[in-house]
Write a protein of this length. Structure first.
Length: 475
């Protein structure tokens, strides 16, 4: 006997009958985004739903005989009695699907929880030590299911629902909620901060300090215990840690490879790790072959480990992601990037994260011939200098370009006396921002020896790097 025939007073199965009745009486409900095969709980109901869809697609009138025949062709357990009950339930059909969908979604969530609880119980009954990682993952997945119970499944909001959600967000702002980048300049000028569902693109020429800048942002996140994950697809695990240690401990990179210093360095590194032992909201990812589905899995693993629903995800470089720039069949590289940027934005919204992506500028500056420091500004990057700029800029909330005049002075203007006195300042220019005016420039002293960036205020002239190292910078 099918589940529908055993309905009795079961509210969940009655809800399935009501939904099938609504679809029969008003086939336009098939266009409701919430109505899919997955909303039904029982196989027989899914068969009747599929039969209704097929009849509609073939422009066949939905009558008791036609529905029975179509359903029987899909599932031989379908009966005329069930068809009659579907038709007789309501002669006009439901005026709204909201309550029906709500009952079915709640029931599915409960069933999912019960299934996972049984799996958890079974794993705990196994002999030997439990798999703590698997247990934590199961508990996290159940917590995610619980958080979804009661949430509306429709993506359409009435004005009142929209207002209620907005007021809820305003209340959180009132309480002081902010999404910090962990950086003095970005937190001051980007008033929405590293908001979830958004993408920040950081771009520069080679040797401008892209990785140093991103690592500086991550260091600020670690220091302030901001949920963050760093995916380095350009530098390896050890090389990245070399730079972070050089920055945090003030040890020149080359000294990290001097055997005579190892005992003291190991002690400092271990002491620093102990000092940061309470910062449990950061993870470094050494995965290779990261594509968007794998990125989604990594984000969910991060959430499971940290029990946080939000984080900053820094990816250096985006072009290092598997398939991110590889042209799809019949598509240009620019179109492929545009498609992947769309997918990345969808992921950021779905997973409630802020993504920071690093991309390369065109090497157009290699074509310029300059000999004086005063000509260096002609090399300053603009939006058009970003490789496939339209593809990146369309979906990026913020696009930042890095520029170090000192690098070009040392490279092209060695004979210009001004080169010797030119301070190494990293300039970060806002090429695009949806929430503020583009054109803002942030400045940092660039200390390449220790991979450090020291923010400079608007009225502050860059002085000697050594004198700035002792500054107490409060993020």
């Amino acid at each position: 006997m099918s589940e529908l025939r055993k309905a009795g007073s079961n509210p969940e199965i009655i809800a399935e009958y009501r939904l099938l009745n609504a679809l029969v009486r008003n086939p336009d409900y098939l266009n409701d985004s919430r109505v899919t095969e997955d909303v039904f709980l029982n196989e027989t109901a899914k068969s009747f739903y599929e039969a209704i869809v097929r009849l509609r697609e073939n422009n066949i009138g939905i009558t008791q005989p036609s529905l029975f025949q179509a359903a029987y062709n899909i599932d031989v357990t379908a009966t005329e009695q069930e068809v009659k009950r579907i038709f007789d339930l309501d002669s006009e059909g439901a005026s709204t699907l909201d309550d029906i969908i709500h009952v079915l979604n709640i029931t599915k969530a409960k069933q999912s929880l019960l299934y996972k609880l049984k799996g958890l119980e079974k794993s705990l009954q196994n002999p030997g030590d439990p798999d703590i990682s698997a247990l934590n993952e199961s508990l996290f997945n159940m917590e995610q299911d619980v958080s979804k119970i009661g949430k509306p499944s429709s993506k359409l909001l009435s004005y009142q629902e929209w207002t209620d959600r907005y007021v809820g967000d305003l209340e959180e702002r009132k309480k002081g909620r902010r999404y910090s980048f962990g950086d003095l300049h970005l937190d001051k000028y980007m008033f929405k901060g590293a908001a979830p569902g958004c993408i920040t693109i950081i771009t520069a020429q080679t040797n401008m300090g892209k990785s140093t800048y991103v690592l500086s942002l991550i260091d600020g996140c670690i220091e302030n215990n901001i949920p963050s994950m760093y995916i380095s697809l350009e530098m390896g695990t050890i090389d990245t840690m070399d730079r972070l240690v050089a920055s945090r401990l003030g040890i020149e990179n080359r000294e990290l490879y001097n055997p005579e210093n190892m005992e003291g360095i190991i002690e400092q590194v271990q002491e620093e790790a102990q000092n940061l032992s309470t910062r449990k909201n950061f993870y470094f990812c050494e995965a290779t072959g990261v594509d968007i589905p794998k990125l989604k899995a990594l984000i969910r693993e991060f959430k499971q480990k940290t029990k946080r629903d939000y984080c900053i995800v820094a990816i250096d470089l985006l072009s290092g992601m598997k398939g991110f720039m590889s042209a799809m069949s019949g598509a240009s590289t620019a179109n492929t990037i545009e498609v992947n940027m769309n997918r990345l934005e969808e992921l950021a919204k779905e997973e409630n994260v802020h993504i920071i992506g690093v991309v390369q500028l065109n090497r157009s500056s290699d074509n310029y011939k300059i000999s004086h420091v005063e000509q260096i500004n002609s090399l300053r990057p603009g939006l058009s200098d970003v490789k496939n700029s339209a593809a990146y800029a369309e979906k990026a909330t913020t696009l930042l370009a890095l520029f170090r005049p000192k690098y070009y002075a040392d490279r092209y203007c060695k004979d210009d006396p001004a080169t010797a006195t030119l301070q190494d300042v990293l300039e970060v220019q806002v090429l695009k921002d949806r929430n503020a005016q583009a054109g803002e420039v942030f400045k940092y002293m660039f200390d390449g020896k220790y991979f450090r960036l020291l923010p400079l205020m608007d009225d502050e002239d860059p002085g000697d790097v050594e004198s700035l190292k002792g500054l107490d910078i409060d993020y």
